[in-house]
Design a protein around this ligand. Sequence first.
Ligand SMILES: NC(=O)c1ccc[n+]([C@@H]2O[C@H](COP(=O)([O-])OP(=O)(O)OC[C@H]3O[C@@H](n4cnc5c(N)ncnc54)[C@H](O)[C@@H]3O)[C@@H](O)[C@H]2O)c1
Length: 289
Amino acid sequence: MRIDEVKNVCVVGAGNMGHQIALQCALYGFKTVGTDVIPAVLEKAQQFVDGYLPGRVQKGKLTEEEAKKAKSLISFTGDLQEAVKDADLVIEAVLERVDLKRKVFIDLDKFAPPEAILATNSSYIVSSRIADVTKRPAQVCNLHFFNPALVMKLVEVVQGPHVSDQTAQCMMDFCLKIDKIPILIKKEVDGFVLNRIFAAISKEAQWMLEMGVASIEDIDKACVYGAGHPMGPFRLMDLTGIDLAYDIGMSHFYESGDRADLPTPSVVRKVTEGKFGQKTGEGWYSYKK
Ligand SMILES: NC(=O)c1ccc[n+]([C@@H]2O[C@H](COP(=O)([O-])OP(=O)(O)OC[C@H]3O[C@@H](n4cnc5c(N)ncnc54)[C@H](O)[C@@H]3O)[C@@H](O)[C@H]2O)c1
């Protein structure tokens, strides 16, 4: 697949990341279908689009025509088979669980056109752990957006050993087409470039909290006012989802058997209490107003 052949995009999973990735694609002229297994998620995604576009027009960031065009290009459906049937590019953004992703890719391979590229937005899982369930491993790669996907410019394209040069090039070109800044990662490493750096910071912050070294607020302040980060590691975890931090920690532990990879007790506590961060109204901080 070359970039000039990419017209239709399907985003699988319309949660935190998926609905914004889908809207970014539609804003830059791609016919985009978002899909999810939960009807309420699809409804929320559509509501977000319906609210976001007029808001951008009001702020002078989009013209009426651009908003109208984006709206006409994006749709949501619960029917995966229907959603991917004409896709040139599928971006999977379901939960961070390798078994689930492998299951989803079996269906994507079955229902998407054989020439379509199947990309995963996974934060940590390299695509070679998924590509083998398909008949097109050369067209399966990581395409990693950052949260919030409508705002953050960086996208990591990971070219594992099974990924063809043409697929990697197409994904680099696609990112530029949707106004993102891609970097090409030439070796498969869990977490790719930026999350590896942030994971080290986040883990250290979590253990300092466990040890009672400083409060959540003060550890965040250290990163914001001392290192110039836009937000501290706890505020960032509230944005990305404490449940995601838990899933990543557990999957690292299952792979390594190293207890140091387990999520910290405070993370486990937050997850068992259902306090996942902004999306549930409470995490390390409260968002209930
Ligand atoms: N949250 C972040 O900051 C962030 C950043 C970059 C990448 N990611 C990655 O993006 C992916 C999604 O993360 P998220 O934060 O959007 O999660 P989320 O929980 O907000 O959304 C995941 C969605 O997938 C849906 N889903 C589950 N099984 C499905 C299936 N079989 N078919 C279709 N949809 C299905 C769920 O209903 C849910 O709405 C993960 O792989 C994550 O690692 C997340």
